[in-house]
Each structure stands twice: as structure tokens, then as C-alpha cells.
Write a protein that binds this ligand. Structure first.
Ligand code: GAL
Length: 740
């Protein structure tokens, strides 16, 4: 039976690699670190992206017991940025190019049971031109280091290298599953028994296993009472797979979902039913630590997209992301558009080979995730290159016939080699036309499956603390594009750019190495535009009532608060100004009417300016009440004279783990008398942390638009993390997190 040893704790790390380190046992200058690890932590903004682009060295010692005859020892890396050269006991094992896909090396003949073994990984985190996404400019940072997990695996002579599980007859009364096992035989020709268990069925087959790789199929039929996987009820089934021979046994488990997914010319269908895609693009970066965020933080991002933003799809722009993130998407019913690394630039043949191999590595890693509904097999926004893209597309088709392919482009009339025309539609035409019709874009004389994969972004970068005027326009653009997508039956849906602001190269962004393109900031704190999406959910799930205003008379150009857009899924809203008149507000059928829950937009014809405080009149509190079916479900109080009143601290988690690196987010808000964020409060905050954890980022910092986020990271010790937060003379706050 295989043994898996997690190898994430106590690595030795040296940011200055020299060749002698490969054989030299002197690790005096090395620092003790845990994985996931960032080769260099960076400031929040204004830094030099060359700072993390260097060659570093990681070492890990491990002991093994004598391997049994024919056993294989392998080392598996989930992701190392950008190029990894692996050595065991000073001997070269192999290298891997590209930072977003896993790789495994057989190290059997290099390890010994007599002494300690030393694994050395030379990590080149420079932007190497021969590896995608590099060679041109890219609008994101790739960071560096062994930023995902590592495992040692000991296999018997015959073991399961990979398994692909395809669901069949999904919408019938009786479904089936075809399990393809990739079995490696490192011994002689042998006879083995394969067993597959799924739900209440177990099937055993006896097979001949030749030396080397064997692909064996087991069909499980007659599965009754299958509950489908969808965005509301993401039912998962676990599949147990084993192989047994006289000298070996192996067992693995994976989870699958029964669902069909199909982009058609008239939209996207999940389990045969039309589903409008409302999605967002996600980078996998975090402030300070870049890509090196552990499992919990990866999971949290998926939770935010599904449960906070109420979206149904994420595009992993522009590369395969953490398996923890994808596993969570399976559990949440969050659809995934996954794509290969790249950004606009296509390199030479060698580069293209790496990209084609990226398709293979991505699909072979992720083909069992029910959440993944499409493979992106083009370099994001690159020009046509039919010979290259025929190969990436063919690779995807050879490996997986169950999913359609797409390839994200921004150039109209580009050649469609894939199944779905996936287009970044930034053509706002001065904001008059939010999305182009598909045939205007494709130039084809027929309709094809069509999906908008990006919009907004650099068309209108907006900071969370930008002025109300800008927030209004930001909101309107998001409303406008989604409304246009809902209105056009030829568009399967639209995926916004992007989930949160991200650090980027000097060639992009606002000059401070941040692209402020998110509907949330880098701490995942929502901008008002996030409520465009939130408010599209059924109010039974969450009642949303968000006025697009800071509630101040002199903030907007010209002044006042009209017209006022209220992002809400309530049927009706009451607005009370001071203790004067209450206005009854409903949708007038004019604004963004194709959306499930159009906003309520009020202007002077509904609420006369004279009744809501003209320039020069006394300014009063506002009270909004949202009703669904006659029942009040949400109330928002807006303060006429907001003052910093409370520090509110929100913990994503109250318990963390000590066995491996774990991290969680802490959000600090300074709120007014009614609990609202103060959008222009940027005062200093001091964070004092004691206990078994490390604060990521500075301990003396400032609020950014009234809010601040930070992460704390565990370090293999149990106990209580105590965090004290102070800001000016506001009552300080203390919170605890327990490390188990
Ligand atoms: C697109 C690109 C994204 C991002 C975005 C900004 O062209 O695909 O990666 O740069 O623009 O709006």
C-alpha cells in the first residue's frame, strides 16, 4: 500500500544560491521555513518586482526505512515558481519548467536507508523567456519559491499513477461511470485485481499488467438514485480504486459529481437546463506573501465568490490554481473555467512545447473535478496561431472528450479552433453599448457557443475609497455589462475582471504595482460594485440592500445624492430622510431590466430634491428598509454626522492548525455610530500579536478607506494567538485565535 509523507515543515532556505550548495552539507546560512513559501515577501505596494526574481536554494532532510524490493520512492511538488532543479544526496534527479503545474520524480535509486537523505531544490524564480507566461509583458506578478505543497510517496512495485473517472448516462434513471486507471508496473508482468467502489456498487476485474504503464478501464453500471451535481446542490460521490497483485497493493480515492455541461449556441446548459453564467476572474495572489498562501486561504477565496458574491463561476485567470481552491469549488458548486499559463505573448517552438505540456499537466491533474466545465487552451489574449492552437486543442481533446474547450481572445474575427468562442469584450463604445453581439465579434456567418470571459477591468480602475462619483460609474458599468449579457440569448454569460485588486508589474496598474481592477480590494473587502453581484441572489439566501452613496451632501459633483441607485433584491424599499417623509421605492422597469434583480434607481421625479435636503439645507440621517413579500428583511441606517466610533474586528476563523502552515484573514473596520465604514478614514493602526503565529505585513499600518485586512500564519506550535488592535483613541480591541 502506498505511503504518503507530507513534506511541508522545516525546510532550509537560502535566497542566495551557489553551486556548492548542491553537494555541500553546510547549511549555516540557511533559514528554517515551512511550505507554502514565498522566496521573498513584498510590501503592499510600491516595490520593485525584480526583488523576487532570483535563484534560491531549498533543502530538506528526511529519513527512510529500507525500501522493500521493487518499491518506488517519488517526490511530488504541487507547484514551484518558475523552474525547479531537483537533487537528492547531491545527485541530479530532474527539472521542471513552469510554476503552475505539479510534477513528480522517481528518486528510488538515489535514496538510502543508511543515512539521512538530503533533498535540494534549486528554484529559479526569474521570468525565464522560454517558459510561459514569460517572454513579453504580463499584467500580474508570478512571485517565487516552493509555493505549494510537497509529498514523498512510497509505492509498491505496482501502483496507480492516475485515474480518470467519466460519468455516463448522467440524466438517465440509471447512470454509469467509466473509471480509467493508469497503472504503473515497475516489476515483471503480473496478474492483478482492480477494485472500484462507487456508491453501493463494487466491481472487481482481473487484469494482466505488463511492465510499464497500463491503462485499464472499469465500467460501473446501473447506478440508481444518483443525486446530480449542480450549483445549488453540489452532490459529490467518492470513488475508491485499488489494485492488488501478489507483490503490491495500492488504493486511491477521488471525488466526482454527476453532471452534464454544455455550451450551446443559445447559452450554457448544466444538466440539460439553461444556466446564465455570472462569474469573476481570480488571480491567486495575496498581499505580502504573493502566491504562497496555504489551503485555508485558498478555500476562503472560493467561499467568498460563491457565498459572499453569489456568483456561479470562476475563471482561474491565467493559469491552473491550487488544488485546494478547486476542491472547494467542487464542494460549493462553483463552476470553473480553467486555463493554461500565458498572457498575450506566444514564444518559440520550445516555449510552445512547454505550453502544450501545460495543457496535459492541467488536464491530468484536474479532469475529475465536476466544477471544471471548460478547458482554456489558448494563451490569454494572444493572436491567432492555428498550428500551435490546433496542438493545444488536440491535446485537450485526446485527454478529455467530456469537456469543451475554449481559448480566451480579445481580437475580433479570430479563428475558432476550439468549441466555445471565449471573448474578452472591453469594447464599451463610450459606455453606450456594453457588450457586442457575438457575430459582430466572431465575424462568422453562423452562431457558435459564446462566452464573455472578461469585461471592465482596465476600462475603469476603481479604488475602494475612490469618490462616490467614481463608485457610481463603476457600479453602472458592472450593472450594464451583466444586464447586456442577460439580455442577449447568444451569450452564455459574462465573467468580470476581476475578483480583487492585484499586485502587478510597473507596465500595468496605477504605478504603485497594483491593478485596481477588482470588485474587492486586495484584502477581499468589497467595493460597492460587488453588491451588483450580491444583489442578484434570491433574497431567501441573503437580503441585499446597498445604496450607492456615502450619504453626504457635498461628496458628489454638484452635490446631493440623486439619482440614487439601490442595489437590492428586495421587492420594495422605504427611504426615510431624517424623521420626515418616508418614500416608497419600487422598480420602475426602466433600469437594467434584464437582470434577475434590477437595482431600484430613484431620481428627483420620485424623491424631490427639496425633500431630501438641497444644498444649504440641514443634512439628516437616512434610513432604508427593504421588504420582501411585505415583510421587512433588511435595514440600513446612514449617519448624517459620521464619527469614528468603533473598531470592529472580524475573524474568518477562530481556530487554526499547527501541524502545517495555516493562515487566516483578520478584517479591521472603523465604523460610525450606525456601524457603517468610514470611507475616508485612513488613520494609523497598530497590531500587536502574541502567541504561536506570525503577522503577515507590517504591525504599524494604516486603514485604507476605513478598513484593513491582514493575515496571520501559524508556525507548528499550539496555543492562543492574541491580537490587540488600536487606532487613535478608539477603544482598543482584543481577539483570540486558538491554534490546535
Ligand atoms: C485583460 C487581461 C487581464 C487583465 C485585464 C485588465 O486584457 O486579460 O489579465 O490585464 O485586461 O483589464
Amino acid at each position: 500500500m502506498r505511503e504518503v509523507i507530507r513534506l511541508n515543515n522545516e525546510w532550509l532556505y537560502n535566497p542566495k544560491f551557489t553551486k556548492e550548495m548542491i553537494i555541500n552539507s553546510n547549511t549555516k546560512d540557511f533559514e528554517l521555513v515551512n511550505l507554502p513559501h514565498a522566496n521573498r515577501e513584498i510590501p503592499y505596494n510600491y516595490f520593485d518586482e525584480n526583488d523576487y526574481q532570483f535563484i534560491s536554494c531549498y533543502k530538506k532532510t528526511f529519513d527512510i526505512l529500507e525500501l522493500n524490493k521493487g518499491q518506488t520512492m517519488a517526490i511530488r511538488f504541487e507547484g514551484v515558481m518558475t523552474k525547479a532543479e531537483v537533487f537528492v544526496n547531491g545527485q541530479y534527479i530532474g527539472e521542471h519548467l513552469g510554476g503552475y503545474t505539479p510534477f513528480e520524480f522517481n528518486i528510488t535509486s538515489f535514496v538510502t536507508a543508511d543515512t539521512q537523505n538530503v533533498l535540494t531544490v534549486v528554484v529559479d524564480s526569474r521570468e525565464l523567456e522560454n517558459i510561459p507566461p514569460f517572454g513579453g509583458q504580463i499584467d500580474y506578478l508570478t512571485y517565487g519559491g516552493i509555493y505549494r505543497e510537497v509529498e514523498l510517496r512510497i509505492y509498491d512495485p505496482i501502483y496507480i499513477q492516475n485515474a480518470k473517472i467519466e460519468t455516463l448516462d448522467v440524466l438517465e434513471l440509471k447512470s454509469s461511470a467509466l473509471v480509467k486507471l493508469y497503472i504503473m508496473n515497475n516489476s515483471d508482468m503480473n496478474t492483478g485485481v482492480i477494485t472500484v467502489t462507487l456508491k453501493d456498487k463494487t466491481k472487481e476485474v482481473t487484469v494482466n499488467l505488463e511492465q510499464g504503464l497500463n491503462i485499464k478501464e472499469v465500467l460501473i453500471e446501473g447506478l440508481e438514485g444518483i443525486r446530480l451535481w449542480d450549483t445549488e446542490n453540489p452532490n459529490l460521490y467518492s470513488v475508491g480504486m485499488s489494485v492488488k497483485t501478489d507483490n503490491s497493493s495500492d488504493y486511491i480515492e477521488d471525488r466526482i459529481g454527476f453532471r452534464t455541461c454544455d455550451f450551446r449556441t443559445d447559452g450554457f446548459y448544466l444538466n440539460g437546463e439553461k444556466l446564465q453564467i455570472i462569474g469573476v476572474n481570480r488571480h491567486q495572489s495575496f498581499p505580502y506573501v504573493g502566491y504562497a498562501a496555504p489551503k485555508r486561504s485558498q478555500i476562503k477565496d472560493a467561499d467568498i465568490i460563491k457565498n459572499e458574491l453569489h456568483m456561479n463561476l470562476v475563471r482561474t485567470s491565467h493559469y491552473p490554481q491550487s488544488i485546494h481552491f478547486l476542491n472547494r469549488c467542487d464542494e460549493l458548486g462553483l463552476l470553473v473555467f480553467e486555463e493554461i499559463p500565458g498572457w498575450q505573448h506566444i514564444g518559440d517552438n520550445k516555449w510552445q512545447e512547454v505550453a502544450i505540456n501545460n495543457v496535459k499537466e492541467m488536464i491530468e491533474r484536474d479532469w475529475n473535478h465536476p466544477s471544471v466545465i471548460i478547458w482554456g487552451v489558448r494563451i490569454n489574449e494572444s493572436p491567432d496561431n492555428d498550428s500551435f492552437y490546433s496542438k493545444t486543442n488536440k491535446m485537450a481533446k485526446d485527454l478529455d472528450t467530456t469537456r469543451q474547450t475554449g481559448g480566451v481572445r480579445c481580437i475580433p474575427d479570430s479563428n475558432l479552433i476550439e468549441d466555445v468562442y471565449t471573448m474578452n469584450d472591453f469594447d464599451l463604445n463610450n459606455h453606450k453599448e456594453h457588450l457586442r453581439g457575438q457575430q459582430t465579434v466572431t465575424g462568422l456567418d453562423k452562431k457558435v457557443p459564446y462566452l464573455v470571459t472578461e469585461y471592465n477591468g482596465h476600462m475603469f480602475p476603481t479604488k475602494r475609497s475612490d469618490s462616490e462619483d467614481r463608485q457610481i460609474e463603476h457600479v453602472n458599468r458592472h450593472l450594464g455589462v451583466q444586464n447586456a449579457a442577460f439580455a442577449d440569448p447568444d451569450i452564455s454569460g459574462a465573467i468580470g475582471w476581476c475578483m480583487y485588486d492585484y499586485n502587478t508589474h510597473k507596465d500595468f496598474g496605477s504605478g504603485d504595482r497594483i491593478c485596481y481592477h477588482g470588485i474587492m480590494d486586495m484584502f477581499r473587502i468589497p467595493k460597492i460594485a460587488a453588491d451588483v453581484y450580491k444583489s442578484q441572489v434570491d433574497p431567501a439566501v441573503e437580503a441585499v440592500l446597498k445604496p450607492v452613496t456615502y450619504w453626504a451632501r457635498g461628496e458628489r459633483s454638484v452635490g446631493g445624492i440623486l439619482p440614487l441607485t439601490i442595489l437590492t433584491n428586495c421587492d420594495r424599499v422605504e427611504l426615510t430622510y431624517g424623521n420626515q417623509k418616508t418614500f416608497n421605492l419600487t422598480r420602475n422597469g426602466k433600469n437594467y431590466n434584464s437582470l434577475p434583480y434590477p437595482p431600484i434607481v430613484i431620481d428627483e421625479t420620485i424623491v424631490p430634491t427639496s425633500e431630501i435636503g438641497e444644498w444649504g439645507m440641514k443634512w439628516e440621517d437616512g434610513l432604508l428598509r427593504g421588504f420582501v413579500g411585505g415583510k421587512m428583511v433588511k435595514e440600513v441606517k446612514l449617519c448624517k454626522d459620521p464619527l469614528p466610533t468603533n473598531i470592529e474586528v472580524i475573524l474568518d476563523d477562530k481556530e487554526l492548525n499547527s501541524d502545517e502552515k495555516d493562515s487566516t484573514r483578520v478584517v479591521v473596520k472603523v465604523t460610525d455610530q450606525y456601524g457603517q465604514i468610514l470611507p475616508y478614514f485612513n488613520e494609523p493602526v497598530t497590531i500587536k500579536l502574541t502567541g504561536p503565529a506570525r503577522l503577515l505585513g507590517p504591525s504599524v499600518t494604516t486603514l485604507k478607506g476605513g478598513v484593513l485586512g491582514f493575515w496571520v500564519e501559524t508556525k507548528n506550535l499550539i496555543g492562543i494567538i492574541s491580537i490587540n488592535i488600536s487606532c487613535l483613541d478608539l477603544p482598543t480591541q482584543n481577539v483570540n485565535i486558538e491554534v490546535m
